[in-house]
Design a protein around this ligand. Structure first.
Ligand SMILES: CC(C)(COP(=O)(O)OP(=O)(O)OC[C@H]1O[C@@H](n2cnc3c(N)ncnc32)[C@H](O)[C@@H]1OP(=O)(O)O)[C@@H](O)C(=O)NCCC(=O)NCCS
Length: 174
């Protein structure tokens, strides 16, 4: 039965390409991501990414428990999570964005920009000097976001993703 339920859960998960209604206006707050909200963080992530691009729950477990990873979530005024960002702190003074996603119905409200700016301020306070990330060559919305915030493409990563798609390495000096 548990296996059947899992299959049902997987089939009922929406892709980010499905139609959606914009959410009603609300106030948003950014707060640190905590392990006690892992189920919600994971569900939101699944709704943000296509099936083949999603992280497993164990990756979130790691990101939420590791002393070298920090995450932030966007919360609505009624304490619902609508997006998140996770960054790992590397020994060479580099912060690496592992994932960022905003629920489709809350997009184009400046939330990803706010999350990234929040992370940049935190990294600067910790004395890190560079922030880096990888992005699919087909992901124009994300590339636009990063370019808007001052990231530049420094390398094309051939076959970087598991489905064979190339990635771009994007970097910004803090
Ligand atoms: C990419 C993503 C995080 C952007 O989130 P968002 O909260 O909608 O982004 P913002 O509102 O902060 O947008 C900031 C800027 O990014 C760019 N941008 C964002 N979405 C865009 C889109 N659909 N098309 C073109 N440019 C876009 C624009 O320059 C935008 O500035 P503008 O609104 O003044 O034009 C969101 O679309 C998402 O979750 N996508 C799926 C997950 C994903 O691809 N993550 C990145 C993996 S590398």
């Amino acid at each position: 039965m548990a296996v059947l339920q899992k299959i049902r859960d997987i089939l009922s998960q929406k892709d980010d390409s499905e139609p959606f209604e914009p959410a009603p206006p609300t106030e948003y707050k950014i707060k640190v991501a905590t392990l006690d909200r892992i189920d919600e963080i994971y569900k939101v992530h699944q709704k943000c990414f296509k099936r083949e691009e999603r992280y497993s729950k164990s990756i979130f477990n790691h990101l939420l428990s590791s002393p070298t990873a920090i995450g932030y979530c966007v919360f609505t005024s009624d304490d619902k999570i609508v997006g998140s960002i996770f960054v790992t702190l590397e020994e060479n003074g580099v912060g690496h964005i592992s994932t960022i996603g905003i629920l489709p119905e809350h997009r184009r409200r400046g939330l990803a920009q706010r999350l990234l700016s929040h992370v940049e301020e935190m990294l600067k306070e910790k004395g890190l000097t560079i922030i880096r990330l990888e992005v699919r060559v087909s992901n124009i919305p994300a590339q636009n976001l990063y370019r808007k915030l001052g990231f530049a493409i420094v390398q094309r990563l051939a076959g970087y993703y598991s489905d064979g798609e190339d990635g771009f390495l994007m970097v910004k000096s803090l």
